[in-house]
Ligand binder design. Sequence first.
Ligand SMILES: Nc1ncnc2c1ncn2[C@@H]1O[C@H](COP(=O)(O)OP(=O)(O)OP(=O)(O)O)[C@@H](O)[C@H]1O
Ligand SMILES: [Mg+2]
Ligand SMILES: [Zn+2]
Length: 375
Amino acid sequence: MAAPDSATGRCFKHPLIHPLAPRRAVADDHPALVVRNATLHNLKGVSARVPLARLTVVTGVSGSGKSTFARDVLHASLAAAAPVGCAALDGREQIGRLLEVDQTPIGKTPRSCPATYIGFWDAIRKLFAETTEAKMRGWTASRFSFNTGAGRCPVCEGQGQITIEMNFLPDVKMPCEACGGARFNPETLTVQWKGKSVAEVLNMAVEDAVDFFAAHPSIAHPLRLLQDVGLGYLTLGQPSPTLSGGEAQRIKLVSELAKVRGRAGESATGPGRPLPPEKHTLYVLDEPTVGLHMADVEKLIHVLHRLADAGHTVLVIEHDLDLMAEADWIIDLGPEGGDGGGEIVAEGPPEAVVQVARSHTGRILGEFMAARRAS
Ligand SMILES: Nc1ncnc2c1ncn2[C@@H]1O[C@H](COP(=O)(O)OP(=O)(O)OP(=O)(O)O)[C@@H](O)[C@H]1O
Ligand SMILES: [Mg+2]
Ligand SMILES: [Zn+2]
């Protein structure tokens, strides 16, 4: 039974049937990033605003200019601190940080894993160092690192596997025979916290670890976020190179959410208000729902809402109707692809976009939202 999210009041049990919540309003004078006269690739003098602290979705048929607008113009102009592919970009002083959350791997070495990437592995190592057993041996938290130090398996150097280089063939990875994949040497593994060794903790699934570390918020909080985005089945130590693109993307979002202090409703500026520039992040995501199951799309939407509630600006390029219907603001490009596109066809909240007759997005989204209301 899915309870309404305490911070936002949204219920995610039937996202495909019921609208999740009233939208965050975008008044005419709402603070925004404004792109003026973008002409890169097929864009035909596009001017559009991206409201701050809101969830904006860029829509349009394939080749209409979505990635060009969001990444090659807006993102590039912010990154370069100068207009790229457009005449001007207003409002960039309101953004402290720019982050493109894509599906590229989160780490190339097998030593990287969810626990180290998000960062709660350090807190777990400290718990092991605080055990009587560790103190008696004079071991600090560094003993429980598999990246460096005396605690890790010397044969595989903490990777749990060894790479065999083959002539003329791709490298082959084999489980390390010395540690059996445990990553640590036998002495280190004698230390237990709540009956488990560090290696056993690394092999725990996120959903089990949430309860196991319940008394330690700095560990349990990010674990709960991982569970919230549908990654409860991953183990804490799953090597990063083995994660799928969608999994890697959601882990990146979790590491962002873990930085959002307190609950949105408790922030000094209130939910959905832009943060002061130094704390304000613009997140850019190009088709984050690709490859996700419907239930995971719902979880992704939840994460995006939480970032916007916390005062950040979220810009998503999407074809997924569930996500479009959740937008506070839509920028619809088109009407067609290539030379037949590159114009703003509609701009506004979904309710306004569905009124625009020549917008393909408007027509399909209108039917989708009507079906959702009727059921
Ligand atoms: N580097 C480039 N040089 C020239 N033309 C480009 C370049 N990148 C994209 N285009 C063209 O600009 C148009 C818009 O491309 P864009 O990638 O922005 O589309 P899109 O809306 O993101 O499509 P999709 O949904 O397929 O990702 C297309 O006609 C494309 O062929
Ligand atoms: Mg694209
Ligand atoms: Zn080993």
